[in-house]
Design a binder for this molecule. Structure first.
Ligand code: ATP
Ligand code: MG
Length: 466
């Protein structure tokens, strides 16, 4: 009797300190329908099982399946090493330098397969603030669970038994929609400050809360975000903005004091008067797209978030006598420079953002000749979408915006008619429209580069401040 009580007590003590004790949850409790699990992820697990290894689907996919959301992707965790995994799959590659893992490729789907990892140890290399710089030791299954961030992210689904292995009572937390850090929250935030942003994102996404103990330190530790490399912050910001609940996330970040100085971008978004409407529209639209399972272009999103600022700066420069397009370009440069200090907006995104912005003034005057050149630009479609946003925010004529949208949606022959009609109409803001001779375009895909190059003036690209 007494030994039982002692045993239970010791068990509880260790359970809480170490891992809460492994719990195996059956289908009736976790509710995962195997049909919603990627068959490729199941395949990876099966092959590894056949070769005598442990293998589970893990992380975000299990979390999302349990709450009935569609997972973005599927990850597998196993006790096989990358060298042992790779030969088992015809199309696979080892990636990563510090911590190697294997990408198993099935057409467009990649199953990221990683070896159980050990948690942070004393010997681990950290920066002056305790941020872990390397995290590359293989470990046991139990250790792998300890080094994960939140209890809801440390769930392992075994497709062969349809059980969920849970070392940290993650299923229980998930049912209560509580985001709870594994281990000591302060230590874990210090090791990796990005976890603070992740806590907010998951709480919003699950329509739940951050456990008070995991939330409390965030206010005083928010500044640690400054030590995180810009490229990583950018990735996390992108996840946050495309999680389907962007605006809620931003408001939550503000409440937790995570926004100020964290990213200049967020200061702009949340604190600049006048800019909100446009941004709210952009984010609402993004949320809708995400929830409808459509793709979201990061360039479009960031172009929208920074537009107000670019516009303001552009107007200031024009007031100082700068020419329209020059002012717009200079404004774009200065805003992007400022952002990239903290948030590494990669070159490929910033180039697209510039294209989207620089096309905006050209929508104001419909010059038949330059319209064909605009259509040929790779970001034309995105720029027209952007124009719709501006129209919805009341900063561009909505009838005109719709004309551009129709043009973007039309086939080439239809486009030719639209542009011809336009050329026949009385002039529109510029002599260019009246001067251009109506010219019927032949049907079918036809290159317009030759005729539009050379003589055309750049008058259509003048930025007008309004
Ligand atoms: P989503 O993909 O929806 O953003 P996720 O939970 O799958 O969410 P990933 O970044 O794909 O997030 O990471 C996969 C898993 O790796 C997580 O579920 C978690 O177990 C672990 N993980 C990711 N980032 C961290 C981190 N910073 N610290 C500890 N564990 C992490
Ligand atoms: Mg994931």
């Amino acid at each position: 009797m007494i030994t039982d009580t002692i045993k239970r007590f010791v068990g509880q003590l260790f359970g809480q300190r170490a891992n809460g004790g492994l719990q195996r949850t059956g289908k009736e409790l976790h509710g995962i329908d195997r049909r919603n699990v990627s068959r490729h992820a199941i395949k990876v697990c099966e092959v590894l099982h056949q070769h005598g290894y442990q293998a589970y689907i893990v992380g975000g996919a299990v979390r999302d399946l349990i709450v009935g959301l569609e997972p973005k992707d599927f990850d597998v965790a196993t006790n096989a090493t990358p060298e042992q995994i790779k030969p088992l799959f015809r199309r696979s590659r080892i990636i990563g330098r510090r911590f190697q893992l294997v990408h198993v490729v099935f057409g467009p789907e990649i199953i990221e397969t990683s070896t159980f990892r050990a948690p942070a140890s004393q010997e681990q290399e950290t920066d002056d603030h305790g941020r872990i710089l390397r995290d590359n030791e293989f470990g046991t299954h139990e250790q792998d669970a300890v080094r994960r961030d939140f209890t809801i992210n440390a769930l392992y689904y075994d497709p062969s038994t349809e059980e969920v292995l849970d070392f940290h009572r993650g299923v229980e937390d998930l049912k209560k929609r509580v985001v709870r850090m594994i281990g000591d929250p302060r230590t874990r935030y210090r090791e990796d400050p990005v976890r603070m942003l992740r806590a907010v994102r998951f709480a919003v996404k699950l329509n739940g809360t951050i456990d008070p103990g995991s939330r409390e330190p965030i206010g005083s530790m928010a500044d640690l975000i400054h030590n995180v490399p810009a490229s990583r912050l950018f990735d996390e910001m992108l996840k946050l903005l495309t999680c389907g609940h962007a605006m809620d996330c931003l408001h939550q970040l503000r409440q937790d004091g995570l926004h100020r100085g964290l990213l200049p971008l967020l200061d702009v978004v949340l604190e600049q008067p006048g800019g909100e409407e446009f941004i709210e529209l952009a984010l609402e639209r993004t949320d809708h797209r995400v929830r409808a399972g459509k793709t979201v272009s990061p360039s479009f999103l960031f172009a929208a978030l920074l537009w107000h600022q670019v516009n303001l700066r552009c107007k200031q420069l024009i007031a100082k006598g700068e020419q329209g397009m020059q002012a717009l370009m200079a404004a774009a440069d200065s805003v992007l420079d400022e952002q990239t200090e903290t948030l590494a907006i990669q070159k490929r995104f910033s180039a697209d953002m510039r294209e989207i912005w620089f096309m905006q003034p050209r929508f104001e005057r419909r010059l038949p000749k330059s319209i064909w050149r605009m259509i040929e630009q790779p970001r034309f479609r995105a720029a027209v979408d952007f124009l719709q946003l501006r129209a919805a925010a009341g900063e561009f004529d909505s009838v005109l915006a719709q004309w551009w949208m129709d043009l973007a949606n039309a086939e080439d022959a239809e486009r030719a008619t639209m542009i011809d009609d336009l050329a026949r109409q009385p002039r529109e803001g510029t002599a260019g429209a009246a001067r251009a001779r109506p010219r019927r375009r032949r049907r079918g895909p036809e290159r317009t580069g030759g005729e539009s190059s050379g003589s055309e003036s750049e008058s259509g690209t003048t930025a007008s401040g309004g």
